[in-house]
Design a protein around this ligand. Structure first.
Ligand code: ATR
Length: 284
């Protein structure tokens, strides 16, 4: 960094030890030869306000925000991008002339990764989302704003699916319905894009799948946010059924790539970031 002042970025979470973002982001900064650095900070929830004030005081360019701070951090920001407002959570802060602005790149990162990897046309998709937590909300908002044909949300706790569907319906033109898990046999045949946002199938429960394999059909693109393992049981059964598949690693990479672009104003080397994340997952 020979005399040039380092421009600091980082991650606020609790815990942060397992984050792949520092390696991904620092490799990207290095590739572009720009004097940025990304560090992970474990911030206790009681100290979140102080940590956010620290971004301003220390002149950080911005940070990512992760669990458990994505919703509570909003109280400490000066402004919110519209998508972050609709999602109700922030995963990226940009420090602009003393002002802290909250963004959410999770949903857009997901959509960008999906489009790059599957080449589907969103306007033709009847989307079925499994789960109604934070990740589902980010993805559902971004897909609805991207103009998908229709959306169904199902969840173990039906009230949460109903609340999410109602909230998206209120703010976008996309037709959204909440259905119960017992409706899956009726809904999957009419769906073209199935997205698992639940943790079902995540290591160490690799033998679980959120959807009975016999429901999967060839016209379905199947996307699983779980990336540990990289090929979940759901994705394996989907591949065997002739479906196009999409793994959750792409969302992780592209939410980071979009944050990188907000901080630097430069296109992120997303392929390099993907390679780094993939390497970290497969070498541990
Ligand atoms: P995230 O931020 O990753 O979305 P979250 O907000 O805790 O995490 O949401 C987790 C989602 O996975 C929820 O939809 C949850 O269902 P409930 O709302 O019923 O809790 C779903 N989920 C987690 N474990 C599950 C399981 N064993 N079976 C079905 N759904 C599960």
């Amino acid at each position: 960094m020979s005399g040039q002042q380092t421009i600091m970025t980082g991650l606020l979470g609790y815990p942060v030890e397992h984050s792949m973002s520092p390696v991904m982001q620092n490799a990207a900064f290095k590739q572009l030869g720009i004097p940025y650095y990304y560090a992970a900070f474990a911030v206790h929830p009681d100290r979140l306000g102080q940590a956010v004030e620290g971004i301003r005081a220390l002149g950080f360019r911005g940070v990512n925000v992760t669990i458990p701070h994505k919703v509570n951090v909003i109280d400490f920001l000066d402004d919110l991008h519209e998508e972050a407002r609709l999602i109700g959570a922030v995963n990226t802060i940009v420090h602009e002339n003393g002002k802290l602005i909250g963004y959410n790149t999770d949903g857009r990162g997901y959509v960008r990764s999906l489009l790059r990897e599957t080449k589907i046309s969103l306007s033709e998709q009847n989307v079925l989302i499994l789960g109604a937590g934070g990740a589902a909300r980010a993805i559902a908002v971004s897909l609805a704003r991207s103009g998908v044909a229709g959306m169904v949300i199902t969840n173990r706790t039906p009230e949460k699916a109903a609340e999410l569907a109602e909230s998206i319906q209120r703010h976008t033109d996309t037709r959204v319905r909440a259905l119960s898990l017992s409706d899956l046999p009726d809904v999957v045949p009419d769906s073209t894009l199935l997205i698992n946002t639940t943790s079902v199938g995540m290591s160490p429960n690799e033998s679980d799948s959120p959807v009975p394999g016999e429901l999967l059909h060839q016209r379905l693109v199947v996307s699983d946010l779980v990336y540990n393992p990289l090929e979940t049981k759901l994705l394996k059964e989907a591949r065997q059924a002739g479906c196009v598949t999409h793994s959750g690693l792409g969302m992780l990479v592209h939410q980071g790539a979009l944050a990188f672009e907000l901080w630097t104003g430069k296109e992120a080397p997303a392929e390099l970031m993907y390679e780094k994340a993939h390497h970290m997952l497969t070498s541990t």
